[in-house]
Write a protein that binds this ligand. Structure first.
Ligand code: NDP
Length: 400
């Protein structure tokens, strides 16, 4: 029998919800590229319920305990004496969400001799030291596509919010004002602007597709080029590198994974190559941007706005400069954890666990690391090496 350790974010401060604003979720059959949604044998939760917090427990308790496994759920993930570190010593499986990442550093992996499987309930396994996982033969899997569309929608929302100056305008209403000039002095139309995506994977392509009806000029850069047909349909301009793309863009959206090649890609030098007054939206990973370079660019006006929901570390300290820099539209890491997304990734985690316990192969589209090397989706989209630099500090950091 296995011990499954699940790290989830805290319940709402008002307590675990007793009701929800809507009575259900739309039924989806497939993802946009034809991939099937998760196919667990069954689920023990109501789609639309809050599953990603501690009490929700990803809807796994009945399934795991019914099969004689042990399930430990905690939100206490950072600091040497945290529950995660204590429970890790005899855990066989760790489940963590990128929104509330349990940083699985090499140091922690060394303290977890029984660990065989690390599941990301979401997409993006950069909180796991993939190099250390490969070395130890730990399988790493994530629920590919489960929240890609959720994030694409969020990116479009954030682009519009920045360009049209939505958040400050909303704040004038809250302050009982009617300050039209204050709102309008930073407000533009998106129409006609050039928007570029760093990566055209599931999220990036979803963003580009959603932006097409806005009559913008769409650009992208990626390691693999889209088929001609897609480029023609969306009117995409391809750039072989990010430098060439950002020079032409009014808006840049970052949609690539964090790995050694992309860590701190948006630093002072790259931001200086952008047009003055460009907008940058990053829902991929905080560490793809240099924290202080972004804050400096907003101060100087080189960037007109920055929005996103990804930080480093997570949660960020109270004095993280992205909380207070001008013209930002940051949120906590929420784009991929809508109630709609949670139903999919909880089902996906269940599917992965069912396969694992039954000795059946995990879908290759879910695999990041397997058999000591990058595998499946991981082999396509990630590069070997360790992008968790700094996670050691993050793991030790405790919320104030
Ligand atoms: P995909 O794997 O579908 O797409 C990633 C794309 O990034 C691939 O097309 C890949 O290229 C490309 N890529 C990799 N390295 C580079 C590079 N150096 N330069 C340009 N492109 C590169 O993943 P998703 O679109 O579903 O997700 C992308 C990322 O978004 C995740 O890894 C995660 O970090 C983040 N994310 C954030 C969420 C949130 O809640 N904010 C939720 C879900 C994901 P190729 O494969 O062609 O080599």
């Amino acid at each position: 029998m296995a011990k499954v350790l699940c790290v989830l974010y805290d319940d709402p401060v008002t307590g675990y919800p007793k009701s929800y604003p809507r009575d259900g979720l739309p039924r989806l059959e497939r993802y946009p590229d034809g991939q099937t949604l998760p196919t667990p044998e069954r689920i023990d939760f109501q789609p639309g319920a809050l599953l990603g917090s501690v009490t929700g427990g990803l809807g796994l308790r009945k399934f795991l305990e019914g099969a004689g496994h042990r399930l430990a759920v905690t939100s206490d993930k950072d600091g040497a004496d945290c529950a995660f570190e204590r429970e890790l010593s005899d855990a066989d499986v760790v489940i963590s969400q990128p929104f509330w990442p349990a940083y699985l550093t090499a140091e922690r992996i060394a303290k977890a001799p029984k660990l065989k499987l690390a599941i990301t309930a979401g997409i993006g396994s950069d909180h796991v030291d993939l190099q250390a996982a490969m070395k130890r033969g730990i399988t790493v899997a994530e629920v590919t596509y489960c929240n890609s569309v959720s994030v694409s929608e969020h990116v479009v929302m954030m682009i519009l919010a920045l360009v049209r100056n939505y958040i400050p305008s909303y704040n004038w209403v809250i302050q009982q004002g009617w300050n039209i000039a204050d709102c309008a002095a930073r407000s533009y139309d998106l129409e006609g602007m050039t928007v570029g995506s760093v990566a055209a994977g599931r999220i990036g392509l979803g963003v580009l597709k959603r932006l097409k009806p806005f009559d913008v000029k769409l650009h992208y850069t990626d390691r693999h080029r889209q088929p001609d047909k897609v480029e023609r349909e969306l009117g995409l301009t391809y750039h072989p590198n990010v430098e060439s793309m950002v020079r032409e863009c009014d808006v840049v959206t970052i949609n690539c994974p964090l790995h050694p090649e992309t860590e701190h890609m948006f630093n002072d030098a790259l931001i200086a190559k952008m047009k003055r007054g460009a907008y940058l939206v990053n829902t991929a990973r905080g560490k793809i941007c240099d924290r202080d370079a972004v804050a400096r660019a907003l101060q100087s006006g080189q960037l007109a706005g920055y929005a996103g929901d990804v930080w480093f570390p997570q949660p960020p300290p109270k004095d993280h400069p992205w909380r207070t820099m001008p013209n930002h539209g940051m949120t906590p890491h929420i784009s991929g954890t809508s109630l709609s997304a949670q139903a999919r990734y909880a089902a996906g985690v269940r599917e992965i666990l069912e396969c694992w316990f039954a000795g059946r192969p995990i879908r290759s589209e879910y695999l990041i690391v397997d058999g000591g090397k990058l595998a499946g989706t991981g082999a396509h989209s990630y590069s070997a090496g360790n992008a968790t630099g700094g996670s050691e500090e993050a793991a030790k950091f405790r919320r104030g």
